[in-house]
Write a protein that binds this ligand. Sequence first.
Ligand SMILES: Cc1cc2nc3c(=O)[nH]c(=O)nc-3n(C[C@H](O)[C@H](O)[C@H](O)COP(=O)(O)OP(=O)(O)OC[C@H]3O[C@@H](n4cnc5c(N)ncnc54)[C@H](O)[C@@H]3O)c2cc1C
Ligand SMILES: *[C@@H]1O[C@H](CO)[C@@H](O)[C@H](O)[C@H]1NC(C)=O
Ligand SMILES: *[C@@H]1O[C@H](CO)[C@@H](O)[C@H](O)[C@H]1NC(C)=O
Length: 522
Amino acid sequence: MGITQYKEVFGLFLNHFKVCRGLVRTKRFIMWCGLAFVLCFLHLSSALNMDGPIIIIGSGLSGFAAARRLMDNDITNIVILEAENRIGGRINSVPFSDGIIDLGAQWVHGQKNNIIYEMTRNMFNFGTTPFEELYSTFLLTNGTKPEQKDIRKIVDVAYKILDDIDDLDDPQGSIGDIFNKKFEKALKSSKLKNIEPKVIELMKDNIQRNYNGYMATNSWFDVSAKINSEEGKASGNQYLTWKKKGYKTFFDFLTKKAPNPAQYLNIESKVQLNKKVTNIKYNPKDETSNVAVTCSDGSTYSAKHVIFTPSLGVLKKYHESLFTPALPDQKILAIKNYGFGTVGKVFLEFDQPFWKEQGKPFLAYEFLWLDSDIKEAIATNREWMTNITGIYIVDQFPNLLEVFLGGSNLNEFETSSDSKIIDDCMWLLEKSLAKTLPKPKSMIRTKWLTNENFLGAYSYGSIDADKANVRPKDIAESIKNVDEAPILLFAGEATDDRYPSMAHGAVRSGFRAADEIVDFYD
Ligand SMILES: Cc1cc2nc3c(=O)[nH]c(=O)nc-3n(C[C@H](O)[C@H](O)[C@H](O)COP(=O)(O)OP(=O)(O)OC[C@H]3O[C@@H](n4cnc5c(N)ncnc54)[C@H](O)[C@@H]3O)c2cc1C
Ligand SMILES: *[C@@H]1O[C@H](CO)[C@@H](O)[C@H](O)[C@H]1NC(C)=O
Ligand SMILES: *[C@@H]1O[C@H](CO)[C@@H](O)[C@H](O)[C@H]1NC(C)=O
């Protein structure tokens, strides 16, 4: 007997019970109760066994969140298949310098309605990065420091415009288009009138780079203002840090190891590493057949439900070979058209912080790239540097700088050797500061784009997605069989309708997928 049949019998039984309720005598009532209990028990145990496990593909935030929610509902027959040789996915906290830094997600963006903040507040003492453009030192790449007062005025105007775009009602076109129109107008205002046009042009370029770095886009003309305005933003501090402990700390809250180890759900023990899934075969027409999962090492698994969590980058490149039969048209349309971009980071450790000026807050060096220097960078095989948004301090690590970049040159960046990356960074810093600097004593850097298990960093609402009218919910939509059982579910940051791209969106998506399975058996 299938689970759904139990559900039907049980449902009929309950209806019948309700109808008779007024008539039965106490004795009969007790008998009915006993029967109900037995049926209930059968129903429950069948739900827990489910003729095969639930397979979660991917051990990132969404995969762990899904497992947590299933286990909270006493569903423990779970297998998590992970292609990498580590747990965490785009959370990758590694030892560096005298603490732990993050090669993946680094900040908790916002507090209100942020599930990660809500699950940890009062239990973790967050730090913060003072992300105020005000605290940045802006440098011309030829070593001349532009008038910082002028720069501040431009920054004020430009970031106000970007903030306002977020609040527009049903905006049309790209963020870049809207920004340009509004900025054009602002140029005529008294505030910007007397600033050298060249400086304004270079700053606009800088702001665009920053935006691209934040959004993981190649161009802000590719970001749909409309989709952007539909997404939520958790308000409050946008740059909370895990201090020297790294984002992986949150996994302890997901598994309930923290704050009370007695409640620990051993999700780690469900994970099988180095298991790269190559095919998922499902049959929506036959409610008795399981989903068959095949891995690159030839191993196979059979599951009642599969929750798929790898990145949109993985879906874009591999959806055809991954799924048999092919995914529904609408989902493929969404996979193809929704945006997925990339960012990169380099952490540099120095003996002494040379960037600190007494009594002045410092956030970053930001660069105003002169055309001649872009040409020089290209001619000397350093083009990737032109996509640097800035070189930032790292909260709690006084001797570290973090180079952040977004955009199109990440292939060159990721395939260059560590020593070349160090030399290039020092080239830019020495050139722009017009002085010789001490060499860093160590470095560590990211390779998200060229890693086949990620193929980029995070999703964005592209112009193409707007045109095709697809949204994260189209990627999220689960595939059900004839019994309405969700047999193939999709979680992961790019499937969250409220906070796509974000770590807290990933967690929400895992909870949503697990809830769909739990609700089915309820
Ligand atoms: C550099 C960088 C910086 C970021 N900064 C922030 C930030 O500051 N704040 C923030 O909120 N968010 C940030 N993000 C986004 C955040 O990291 C993600 O939204 C979140 O971690 C995604 O989790 P996920 O579970 O959706 O996907 P993932 O973490 O990618 O999990 C999917 C898992 O599936 C595995 N996998 C892939 N293919 C297969 C396969 N074929 N078989 C088996 N397993 C497979 C992968 O190895 C991975 O472990 C950043 C991301 C990056 C890359
Ligand atoms: C750097 O470029 C700026 C802007 O073009 C210019 O005003 C300045 O003189 C240049 N400085 C040097 C040292 O060439
Ligand atoms: C990356 O650099 C290239 C060359 O300077 C530029 O054309 C492109 O707009 C940059 N992209 C981003 C995202 O900064």
